[in-house]
Write a protein that binds this ligand. Structure first.
Ligand code: ADP
Length: 632
């Protein structure tokens, strides 16, 4: 296979080389044989009165082309055996010159003609007349070079974008990957952990594909498409593959961006091709990942015409989805994490008439996902899946799969025969915080400041009822951070203002601790301040949790009214909002400072322990502060 490819590449190289050589040869021959000489007017009249000139052509009123009589052509040059030089010479002019004043020239010409009884013809040409040979000689070489260049460019594009075969002719063909019986990928619902609701919904699609008659015999129509909506990595592709695996039908998989190409019209043609192929393989499933790449609402762009290609592709997709009848048995599954920006036309019944939400996994679901991915690993008996699931709130299925893989690599690096609990924790740390940078040079006084900063966070989150409980605190630099406190956020569906305030207080505790101990603050709190500001802002403008602003929310779920240009509130309200945000933050900062001041000794104890050990866990905090009691 590889040899064949190399051979065909070589063949093309030789064809190009020969074509180039031929045309370069012709070009040089042309310049050596066919090269009219430039003369001046005086010289012309000299040969003219001698009677050597057969005819002249005045071109564009400024250039004179001089044709000599046959007998006056000189044949002293070398004769090329392949080119009839004589013919070329007699058929074309031999001299040319420019004239300044046409009338003066004409008068002089007629005068001499009469005087010397000459029969020289004079002709005028205002339009350039090109014989094919002339055109070829003048521009042919450049034309050919241009064609070779274009063929080269198109072949390159074809090789990268034209799909199988690497030809420009494949550019309008769909780039969907087909999984059918010949592939050994057999994913079923067993491989998809959790997602019970979503699974139930897609189960029905499997039924439609397996026995369509059961549903159509009463006159019902089989849905043409379903839209899977969920954050990246939550298992949308996996779910679609499982549908194909369960229904035992072919599965075409591609991404929305696969339709888009630099050439206009390619997207629409790829959509057409995809549906043609799918109809051939029916019953089957087409899975379009990231459909928002083409399914974005039409006509919202401010630059007219900038999105034409995408719109054409979307229009074609809509037409195809409308076009195929119920009997074709092709179901389109599409995935996106931005359903809000999709064109409404996509969501109307008859197209993607089912919307299936794929939520991030909850505690139990995470446990199940761990179970699926841990099956392939060699584990120590002490690995506690329950604990791992609790340690990974907010993680998607893909994140969990990644943790499992990473922990196996970490254990292997440490030459262990089994994967331990600690390897999983290291993998989680690494995925959240980036790689440990033990060798980063930090000055002792900076290290002390970092220790107090982190101790401040740890202490407040221990002492406040609603702050997320601490898992561990460390001053080992990791990724961009110099130290960090890791919490285990409570998985709740609703949040109260008290909970939000406690969280703000814990976030501000780092800076407060620095101020109490060093009497100065630092830039180390940037991350905390960003979170705090957003939290306070959301309390006031989004959730209606502020007394002065009241039960008002300026949140716009449609995303159409950006705050950038016009604010939905008056200047006066804007001022109140600013004041209220500052008030919340200042209050919590003071609160954090008070708590830390009252427990300064314990804070120092914790910071020193941190400097000594670099990492502290829940147990260490329990030893210093005792069991959590919520008096603050
Ligand atoms: P999405 O399409 O939503 O971005 P994928 O379906 O591609 O996500 O998921 C990526 C990987 O994450 C899968 O290959 C699988 O290993 C893992 N994964 C995600 N969700 C689950 C789940 N519910 N059960 C098991 N594995 C999952």
């Amino acid at each position: 296979m590889i040899n064949k490819k190399v051979k065909s590449k070589n063949n093309f190289f030789w064809i190009y080389a020969v074509i180039l050589a031929i045309f370069l040869g012709i070009f040089f021959l042309k310049s050596s044989f066919y090269n009219p000489k430039k003369i001046n007017q005086d010289y012309f009249f000299k040969i003219f009165i001698k009677g050597d000139v057969k005819k002249i052509i005045i071109k564009h009123r400024e250039l004179v082309l001089v044709y000599l009589k046959k007998e006056n052509l000189s044949y002293t040059d070398r004769i090329n055996p392949f080119i009839n030089r004589k013919k070329i010479m007699t058929n074309s002019f031999q001299y040319e010159f420019e004239i300044g004043d046409l009338q003066f020239f004409q008068r002089k010409f007629e005068e001499y003609k009469k005087k010397y009884h000459l029969n020289t013809i004079i002709d005028f040409k205002n339009q350039q007349e090109y014989t094919i040979t002339k055109f070829f000689f003048d521009y042919g070489i450049f034309l050919i070079l241009l064609i070779i260049f274009w063929v080269f460019i198109f072949r390159k594009i074809g090789a990268t974008g034209g799909g199988p075969g690497g030809q420009i002719f494949n550019i309008g063909k769909s780039r969907a990957r087909l999984f059918d019986e010949s592939d050994n990928i057999k994913i079923t619902f067993k491989d998809v952990a959790g997602l019970e609701g979503a699974k139930e919904e897609v189960q029905e699609i499997v039924e439609f594909l397996k026995s369509p008659k059961k549903y159509t015999k009463l006159g019902g129509k089989i849905p043409k498409g379903a839209l899977l909506i969920g954050a990246p990595g939550t298992g949308k592709t996996l779910l679609a593959k499982a549908v194909a695996g369960e229904a035992k039908v072919p599965f075409f998989s591609l991404s929305g961006s696969d339709f888009v190409e630099m050439f206009v019209g390619v997207g629409a043609s790829r959509v057409r091709d995809l549906f043609e192929k799918a109809k051939d393989k029916s019953p089957c499933i087409i899975f379009i990942d990231e459909i928002d790449a083409i399914g974005r609402a039409r006509g919202k762009s401010s630059i007219a015409g900038s999105n034409d290609e995408r719109e054409n592709t979307l229009n074609q997709l809509l037409t195809e989805m409308d076009g195929f009848g119920t009997h074709t048995n092709v179901i389109v599954l599409a995935a996106t994490n931005r359903s809000d920006i999709l064109d409404k036309a996509l969501l109307r019944p008859g197209r993607f008439d089912r919307t299936i939400l794929v939520d991030p996994p909850e505690l139990n679901e995470r446990k199940e996902i761990f179970q699926v991915h841990l099956k392939k690993l060699i584990l120590s008996k002490k690995v506690d899946i329950d604990f791992l699931a609790r340690q990974t709130p907010g993680f998607s299925g893909a994140d969990i799969a990644n943790i499992c893989n990473e922990s196996a690599l970490i254990a292997a690096r440490k030459n262990r025969s089994q994967i331990e609990n600690k390897d999983f924790l290291d993998a989680i740390d690494r995925i959240i915080g980036g790689l440990e940078k033990k060798n980063k040079i930090i000055k002792p006084n900076e290290k002390k400041r970092i220790a107090y900063h982190e101790a401040g966070h740890a202490m407040i989150s221990w002492l406040l009822e609603h702050a997320a409980p601490l898992v561990k605190v460390t001053i080992v630099p990791r990724g961009k951070s110099l130290g960090s406190a890791w919490y285990l956020p409570e998985e709740r569906q609703l949040t109260t203002p008290e909970q939000m305030k406690d969280e703000i207080c814990a976030l501000l505790a780092g800076r407060s601790a620095e101020e109490i101990i060093f009497n100065s603050i630092s830039t180390g709190a940037l991350n905390d301040l960003e979170k705090v500001t957003k939290q306070a802002q959301s309390m006031v403008v989004i959730f209606g949790l502020n007394e002065k602003i009241g039960n008002i929310s300026y949140y716009d779920s449609t995303g159409q009214n950006e705050f950038t240009f016009s604010k939905p509130y008056s200047e006066k309200t804007a001022q109140i909002i600013d004041e209220e945000i500052s008030k919340i933050i200042n209050e919590q900062y003071k609160r954090a400072k008070n708590i830390l001041k009252n427990n300064e000794k314990k804070l120092s104890l914790l910071a020193n322990k941190l400097l000594e050990k670099e990492v502290l866990f829940r147990e260490d905090l329990k030893n210093i502060f005792g069991e959590r009691s919520f008096s603050c």
